[in-house]
Design a binder for this molecule. Structure first.
Ligand code: UT7
Length: 323
């Protein structure tokens, strides 16, 4: 059976660190409130010249180096982002060009915070269908550029960054002992579009707009949606939650990711948490967390990793892979 193997991971973060203390000089908030309600202590903010494209290309280069794969082998580039450099062309085509790749396909996926899970699922499907042999899946965002820096309910939550993985086609026996992506599920329910959205766009206002969120409403749906899609994904693979080695969740809120892990009976020491350092980096948060735990030696080859995310739309999903 054809499988998509995850061979390497990489990330890139802007130089500039913004602490909760720094934010408390911009809006009426405190370090205590942000830490207690979210777990976030600091985030990175892109400076002039740092963009979704530049961060995404840097993360992709790091992932290729980690996987010992040459850019010339890549025949598919997917970028998950809601903050592209331009409305079009897709940021993926620009990163493809930055890496000197001139063949195959390149496109963006827009599923907000679930973007990386959507992109990974899409790349896996194309790879298993024989349309790609080597793919770069990138999550890259500069949410600082769509935040309303007067709205304390949202501007304290997000940060900028990028993460990427390299996938290569391989053969497996079709069992859970195979390496590669074992199962994934993606979901959407557009009735909730007005709970988390950007109030601008090319076809409506002709502007970029600002992020708007009813935080408490999103929170309410997050734990339920994420746990159900995680359960479905694990069940589809034939494994049990207790067999998962590492839980690599979207980094939106510490209370959400601990709540979902608890619901599935995944113990706290298996959760990879980076939101204290990165904040919520939307589509970049899962690959940024995967990079942190793989590079510091916690995640080892052969282990089972469960990734999940939920975001605007609403969209949500999960991917289970053996590294
Ligand atoms: O990645 C996409 C998915 N996004 C998410 O998953 C985000 C989900 N939502 C959340 O993480 C949480 O709802 C938040 C962290 C956004 C907010 O936490 P909360 O516990 O739901 O707080 P709240 O919105 O109910 O606000 C509680 C109080 C309010 O004051 P009153 O009305 O009780 O007097 C807010 O005005 O906290 C106030 N508040 C703040 N205070 C200090 C809101 N933002 C701040 C702030 N600093 N930054």
């Amino acid at each position: 059976m054809r499988r998509s193997l995850i061979l390497g991971v990489g990330s890139a973060l802007p130089e500039r660190v913004m602490t909760n203390e720094d934010i408390s000089k911009i809006v009426d908030t405190t370090d205590d409130w942000i830490v207690e309600r979210t777990g976030i202590r600091q985030r990175r903010i892109a400076c002039e010249g740092e963009t979704t494209r530049s961060l995404g290309a840097a993360a992709a280069r790091a992932a290729l180096a980690h996987a010992s794969v040459d850019a010339a082998e890549v025949d598919l580039v997917i970028v998950a982002t809601s903050t592209p450099d331009r409305t079009f062309p897709a940021t993926a085509t620009q990163i493809q060009s930055d890496l000197g790749i001139t063949r195959g396909a390149a496109f963006d996926v827009q599923a907000v915070c679930s973007g990386f899970v959507y992109a990974l699922t899409t790349a896996d499907a194309l790879m298993r269908a024989g349309q790609s042999n080597c793919a770069l899946v990138i999550g890259s965002e500069t949410f600082s550029r769509i935040l309303d820096w007067n709205d304390r309910g949202t501007c304290v939550l997000f940060g900028d960054g990028a993460g990427a993985v390299v996938l290569k086609a391989g053969e497996g026996k079709g069992t859970v002992a195979d390496r590669g992506i074992l199962a994934s599920r993606i979901r959407a329910d557009g009735r909730y579009a007005d709970k988390l959205y950007v109030d601008g766009g090319p076809s409506t206002t002709g502007t970029v707009g600002h992020l708007r969120m009813e935080g408490r409403e999103v929170f309410k749906h997050a734990v339920t949606n994420i746990s159900s899609v995680m359960e479905e994904t694990i069940e589809a693979s034939g494994l049990k939650p207790s067999e998962i080695d590492w839980f690599v969740p979207h980094q939106a809120n510490r209370r959400i990711l601990e709540g979902t892990a608890k619901k599935l009976g995944i113990s706290e020491d298996k959760i990879v948490i980076t939101l204290d350092r990165h904040g919520n980096t939307s589509a970049a948060s899962v690959p940024l967390a995967l990079d942190a735990a793989w590079k510091d030696g916690r995640i080892k080859p052969g282990q089972l990793v469960l990734m999940e995310a939920m975001g605007g739309g609403f969209t949500w999903g999960a991917v289970l892979a053996r590294l």
